[in-house]
Design a protein around this ligand. Structure first.
Ligand code: CAO
Length: 424
């Protein structure tokens, strides 16, 4: 079956996490993603957090499925000339180097446009134009600078970063949307354009509800926050612990076994339309008519006490038992699932959200597959490339170079030493 982005050629000049997550998605949608890597080392994540000696790390393999790899020394004149050919041939260039790197390499936006006015140049940077535009940025820096850390954690503790990679993978998602939008616009204009996703902007976009709350503060306390009614509100959005970000109060509650299992918890939402059912389930039918508990407004100053009472009930059930009972009554809730539980979840395997991939050097490993499902463009996850595995193939198939030219290029040092799958 033809894939959604079949025929689109991506020059993937990305590394680490933010850029690779973007190009991996495009590859899953059918684009031909050509990953250009520095000879010898390649993407730095190949060697980072290694669990198996000499094999590409899970960090790399889980972010670079369905791509081809070519090694090029772009500081070598012949290597630079090949990069120029790739710019001429590809539809999109994606990069997430530190600010100024592409310019120093000789590939300013103006120069790229001269080579190929149809190309879309998509970049992840830490910050957009402004005081920090020249800074190098990693995940947690973006979480801190984008408002996530200041609003995550408990009121009496320090700011916290979250395990979700909203700075890297979150920005990669934003960039992917920018790219397909620019590709669509190109069908009318015939022109390429620059696409920028700054990590600070992407994190702030995901923290939209907190900027909402910042403005609500001017009109009084945030009544759904745990600080209400007894705590103090300053002039900035406080950390809200596990309170829900929406209008339906929620909290994380202990379940049976919490003393020994760090994940024996459930997220419980006291959604207003099912309040009567909640009261029945937890054995408090009198709360349905009691004016202190009957309405959402009356409940707000009593949320702590209400959740403590609900918890007395959840502690008598495992998180899965509680989930089953609550779902029978349409009461929104969610078990706190560990990575082990997610890895073993059969339904996630069946949908391809968790996939097992085979790799010639590391054997079988689990990965997260494509979380976006297209009915007419199904995803088949294939393993990440070895460093430079497709160098010759790309030079001949994509750029049309003959074997002699490839041999000369190899002599020149432009390609570095290629590791061949067959030789390993
Ligand atoms: N051949 C020769 N040189 C190459 C090359 C190739 N194929 N590919 C890259 N290089 C060189 C570049 O030319 C550059 O050299 P110069 O600094 O001499 O110009 C260098 O490698 C790469 O530079 P970098 O500054 O991007 O890399 P870094 O490891 O120092 O910084 C990072 C990494 C992520 C902090 C930085 O790239 C960055 O801020 N990127 C933007 C934000 C981002 O994506 N962050 C998320 C990373 S995931 O947590």
């Amino acid at each position: 079956m033809a894939k959604a982005l079949e025929g689109v050629k991506i020059l993937d000049f990305t590394h680490v996490q933010s850029g690779p997550t973007c190009t991996q998605l495009l590859a899953w949608f059918g684009a031909d993603v050509i990953k250009v890597e520095r000879p010898g080392e390649g993407d730095i994540t190949r060697g980072q957090l290694r669990d198996i000696p000499d094999a590409d790390s899970l960090y790399f393999t889980m972010l670079n499925h369905n791509k081809r790899s070519i090694t090029l020394d772009t500081k070598n004149p012949a290597g630079k000339a090949i990069l120029e050919e790739l710019v001429r041939t590809c539809d999109v260039m994606v990069e997430n180097f530190a600010p100024g790197v592409l310019d120093r390499m000789g590939f300013s936006w103006e120069r790229i446009q001269e080579i190929n006015p149809r190309i879309i140049v998509a970049s992840v940077k830490g910050f957009g134009p402004g005081p920090y535009e020249d800074c190098k940025v990693y995940e947690n820096v973006a979480q801190c600078a984008g408002g996530a850390a200041s609003t995550t954690g408990f009121d009496d503790g320090p700011p916290l970063v979250t395990g979700a990679q909203i700075g890297d993978s979150g920005t990669g998602l934003h960039l992917a949307l920018g790219i397909v939008t620019a590709l669509y616009q190109r069908t009318h204009t015939g022109r390429g354009q620059k696409v920028l996703a700054a990590m600070q902007d992407a994190v702030l976009n995901l923290c939209r509800v907190k900027l909402r709350d910042q403005q609500r503060l001017a009109h009084g306390p945030l009544k759904e926050y745990p600080q209400y009614p007894n705590g103090e509100f300053g002039d900035t959005v406080p950390r809200a612990g596990n309170a829900s970000g929406g209008g339906q109060p929620g909290w994380i509650l202990k379940c049976k076994g919490w003393e020994t299992d760090p994940n024996a918890y459930i997220y419980f939402i006291t959604q207003a339309p099912v309040w009567a059912k909640i009261c029945d389930v937890i054995g408090k039918p009198e709360w349905v008519t009691d004016p202190d508990y009957a309405t959402p407004v009356a409940r707000l100053p009593r949320l702590k006490e209400i959740f403590a009472t609900v918890e007395e009930w959840t502690m008598t059930k495992t998180k899965f038992e509680a989930m089953e009972i609550l779902n029978q009554h349409d009461i929104p809730c969610g078990p706190i699932l560990s990575m082990k539980e997610l890895a073993e979840d059969q339904s996630l395997r069946e949908t391809g959200t968790v996939v097992e991939v085979d790799h010639p050097k590391r054997g079988k490993y689990l990965s997260v597959g494509n979380p976006i499902k297209l009915s007419d463009s199904p995803t088949e996850v294939t393993r990440s490339p070895l460093l430079g595995e497709h160098t010759d193939e790309i030079l001949s198939e994509v750029l049309g170079f003959d074997p002699q030219r490839i041999a000369e290029l190899r002599e020149s040092g432009a390609l570095g030493a290629t590791r061949r799958l067959a030789a390993e």
